[in-house]
Design a protein around this ligand. Structure first.
Ligand SMILES: CC(C)(COP(=O)(O)OP(=O)(O)OC[C@H]1O[C@@H](n2cnc3c(N)ncnc32)[C@H](O)[C@@H]1OP(=O)(O)O)[C@@H](O)C(=O)NCCC(=O)NCCS
Length: 176
């Protein structure tokens, strides 16, 4: 069985999104929107126009949650990973969400980003648990979490609406 230390993980760097990233983020979200919308709720039109996206980014920067860009070893924007519910009960648990550009799938970038965030949270010491929800029709997402040491929490299943269809989400958790 894979454990985090046995994985072949590409180098990535994470940095919190800022206004200087606007044009790259615009290109990333626009070129991948059809792919992402198959799996996660569609972003609003403000994400697909430069001036409104700049305001979205300012709002993210002011938000207590954290929003990171994932860059490859060559500095290319390959994905995004978010830490949500940082100021919500339970205060020792943070929720991860992530996405990787369609051209970069299957190279280990999601796993690298999840492991980097887990490492950062461990070093920070404020949080005890990471959680994430993967849809039951999204094996790539649950594989990422399992490969990074998360466990399926059988009590945490919930149903949401995606594009007007019900979608079952499974909760995965990692104790830091
Ligand atoms: C889920 C997602 C982030 C994975 O990104 P990625 O960089 O390709 O992931 P990785 O390369 O790190 O790992 C993917 C793993 O899933 C596996 N996988 C990919 N597609 C699969 C499929 N259809 N069935 C089973 N396993 C699959 C890969 O083989 C790999 O596992 P392995 O290394 O053990 O072989 C990406 O597909 C994505 O952005 N999807 C749209 C948004 C989304 O679903 N976000 C998650 C919401 S919880």
């Amino acid at each position: 069985m894979n454990t985090p230390t046995q994985l072949a993980i590409p180098p990535v760097s994470l940095h919190e999104i800022c206004e200087a990233d606007a044009l790259e983020v615009l290109e990333f979200e626009s070129s991948n929107s059809t792919f992402f919308e198959k799996w996660v709720p569609a972003r609003g039109p403000e994400h697909f126009e430069e001036m409104s996206l700049r305001q979205v980014i300012k709002d993210l920067m002011a938000d207590p949650d954290r929003f990171y860009l994932v860059r490859s070893g060559t500095g290319e924007l390959v994905g995004r990973i978010n830490l949500r519910k940082l100021d919500k009960e339970p205060l020792d648990t943070v929720e991860l969400g992530y996405r990787v550009g369609e051209n970069h799938l299957g190279k280990g970038y999601a796993k690298a980003a999840v492991l980097a965030v887990a490492e950062q949270m461990r070093a920070d010491g404020a949080m005890k648990h990471l959680e994430a929800f993967a849809a039951d029709n999204n094996p790539a997402s649950s594989n990422v979490l399992l490969a990074c040491g998360f466990r399926w929490d059988k009590t945490g299943t919930k149903t949401v609406q995606l594009n007007d269809n019900p979608l079952t989400l499974h909760r995965f958790a990692l104790t830091l």
